[in-house]
Design a protein around this ligand. Sequence first.
Ligand code: IVH
Length: 766
Amino acid sequence: MDLFEYADRKETDERERYEELCRVVRRNNELYYAKATPEITDAEYDRLYREIEEIEARHPEYKTAESPTQRVGNDLTEGFAKIKHPTPMLSIDDVFEHKPAPGHETDEELTDFYERLCQALGDDEPHVVVEPKIDGCAVTLMYREGKLAYAATRGDGSVGDDITANVRTIKSVPQQLPPGAPNTLEVRGEIYMPSAEFDALNAQRDAEGLPAFANPRNATAGSIKLLDTAEVARRPLRFLAHGMGAYNGEPLHNMDDYERLLTDMQIPYNKPILHARGADEVRAVVKEMDRIRHDLGFGTDGAVIKLNDFARRDELGATARAPRWAAAFKYLPEQKETKLLGITVQVGRTGVLTPVAELQPTLISGSTVSRATLHNQDEIARKDIRIGDTVLIEKAGEIIPSVVKVIEAKRTAEAQPYSLPDAVGGVCPSCGAPISQEEGQVAWRCTNFACPAQAVTRTSYFCSRTALDIENLGGVVAEALVNTGLIHTPLELFRLTREELGTLNLGTSEEPRRFGEKNAAKAVDSLEKARMLPLERWITAFGISSIGSVTAREVAKYHRDLLELADSDYLRTLVKLENDISDYNRLNPESRANKGKEKADLESRRAELLDGIRQTAAPYTARGYLSTEPDGRNKLRLVNPIGSVSCRKLLAYWESAAGQHVLTALRELGINPVSDCYVENMSSETQGTLTGLTFVLTGSLSIPRDEMERRIAAAGGKAAGSVTKKTNYLVAGEGGGSKRDKAVKLNIPIIDEATLLRMMQPTDEP
Ligand code: IVH
């Protein structure tokens, strides 16, 4: 019997989820660090980041140097000179406080961290210091011969933005150190804005009709990147030191030495510094810090625990992202009860409609809160939140608070249930287009590609590196283009002139900042080049939900160009096969669901379906992704290389207004991207030398991995991501760990690159 099986599906799902998570985290890194306009709360960010770490623990092979876990956030901004850091400016690994649960300590992650320190050092009670974690912006101050040589942001960790002129306006940063200063002293620390001054600044902006800053961190990040130093001087910025970079002076052995040096140099150090030895003391001191931190007068988002002894720090070293000798403990957010007065709806920058709670104003973690996110309709239903309820809210980090739960005991008869689609009358509150809820997803979205609320995000994603990689068109520029009405959709970028772009104002009317001729010329050049980029990059750029760069590449293998994809027989066939196969499986006379039904009838309907399935599948079986192995349970399965959800999403996209808009616009622009990985010889007649064989690649090869995969596919074979029973060969280059172990365990032959290349050659035996 012909049976089709798709073994790697689950893994593909996880991989897609992984790519998606990385994308969201990367985008929010950019929003947070470079633009100071985060879209999600710190707690949400932490959750996504954790999930990436978990997937990477299960699948170390997914991890690349580009993974957010391998990099520090990036604040680099156009318009600033760049400075190379003498030693990398790293991030810190987080450990979280947990809600009380039976059998678990709320601070067990902290204990685990301390135990790791003990083990690594072979010491039961290493001496650590605990400091407040300032919620500000990382900065480094370089003093040479006692003079402030420069100040720079963290940037991407190895190169930062030169913000010397701005930092010179901050009074707590000395320009000249007292006599006896070390030859070289690089002080690392945080620029922040005290809470009271932040409130005053916002009140003043309000009076002047300027938009308020969301929180002190955003206000700080925006201020240190202003081009007008006189305005920076008016912003209430402060500096506190918390670390050290390059150093050339009297030897320093520990935190006491460093603190003494900075005190002598009149550089303010972040305080209090609490000392602890042994796990119990560490936990007590971290609790103590939670009591102290609310009275410091500035926002904190945790406590930092560091080894005291510098030689021991060096001994432990760092990963690419963070030192092994430090951790940031993130306290659980503060919670408060208040009344839900109403629910409004915001259209987010990705088209998601978010319900927002309008609350009775209440003071929490030092600021007054009157709105909170309700996430989505499912969340409202799940928590049974009704207008008029008393709710428990919490504030994680300094951004938007969220509603934790309803205090049921306080519910009154007037409480009104709420439904988002009903409340907005089924249309987007921003543009009036219909809204829809995608299968399996909780969010309601605006379906309009040209919805003004989405234009900025779509444009910056369209120009991002994985998409069309348009030089100089980052988030700030996209925002200015949309706000000034120069573009409404990403494809309108192709109609911009150099002059329009060059004179674009990236600042405000009070603080203008021109995009500039040179930048404009580069952007226009790379837009010109983008016209010729391969199909997969364009598919990625459209930002179709669940179609990331990995799926886009797979899709491009089966379509010659965009026009073929937009009217794809292939996708329709896959979906038809899947539907028929699911009907076929459902009619199984042996299944319990069919008890009592006429067996002969079931068999005959089944035979009919099978016939159809065989005929439809015939042209594709030779493509090497339709397996013909029985699975023993009288069931059929389809090998769908693109994935069921992706196939359906793509078909729906081309039928949607958004897809139609893209096709029309591209036709008018004369752009029809062509696939550069279309596998010509996958037609039913051609049998390659590798037809029917599945390969997994590991370790480093002499040519790029995707090129090797292309060659395997061109020879009729399949390249899979992970070793399973279905793998025929593991191709191992230099290195390669877990896949090799798995292949040995499953008795799968391991070959080298040369052997694979030989196998690709046509045999010339008679
Ligand atoms: S120590 C190698 N101590 O938090 C990095 N960092 O989330 C060691 N931060 O990049 C940094 N308060 O900019 C340290 N008391 C403190 C801190 C602190 C805030 C910042 C710092 C770091 C970021 C990581």
